[in-house]
Design a protein. Sequence first.
Length: 285
Amino acid sequence: MKLIRKVCKIPRRLYALRGIYRLSRQRDKASKTLATVLREILCNRPKPEEKVWIEKIESLRSELNSSTDQVTLMDYGALSAGSSCTEHNTHGGKVKIKEIGEVCRTASKPYKWSFLLLKLIREFKPSACLELGTCLGISASYQAAALKLNRSGRLVSLEGAESLAKLAEENFKKLDLDNVDVVVGLFQHTLKSALEENKPIDYVFVDGHHQEEPTLAYFREILPFLSERAVLVFDDISWSEGMKRAWNTIKVHESIKVCLDLAYVGICIVDRYNDRKANYKIYIS
């Protein structure tokens, strides 16, 4: 049975490599850069200096995964793939008591996708970066580490649950990451000021409210504050029918010049100087 699984994975890898090769042959710089990023992710080849940070962050992840300490939080995000995001649950949230280990295992981005975020920042070299959804700070740590390695840039991360924001800030201190600012509050209340204070924004990772209406609302609110060339990353684009509709709407927007569908994550490139529009679908999982 294990042999069959391995054999089945070979065509997937070949298809991914073929897609990456085609991406690398495109004329625009963004597509070529994305091909470089995907090649590194598929082969899991972090550079030595990146590996140092990865080991530190993954050690912290292991520590958090095994924690039985409880945290009380207001969950403002999607409660299930089929639930709708009404005004009531978006603003009121739902009180939950969970073990930190459970939160880390279920809500933090896995290594592969965290590494993807790191490589995107390493290769595109953004300066003003924004994240919607801090949680315990694992993905933010990968992004902040990439900015450290680039020796420029800062990350602003928005989190609705104050208890999680405090834990994330403690984790950043453990890792000596002083280039992350955590803003606590509902995205509806904090996003606009974060955009205004940090414009033009070069990079955004949207990882909160995994539902159609809020995702589209944040996308539309973010657009006017982006720099002339910017990277947008959307998490869980296939998580629900609503998220699929949101992604299909975003990827055809006139401001998006390059769109990359990775099944779980979607990457969009805004480029004011590029008139050509291209959509790619490459599955690296």
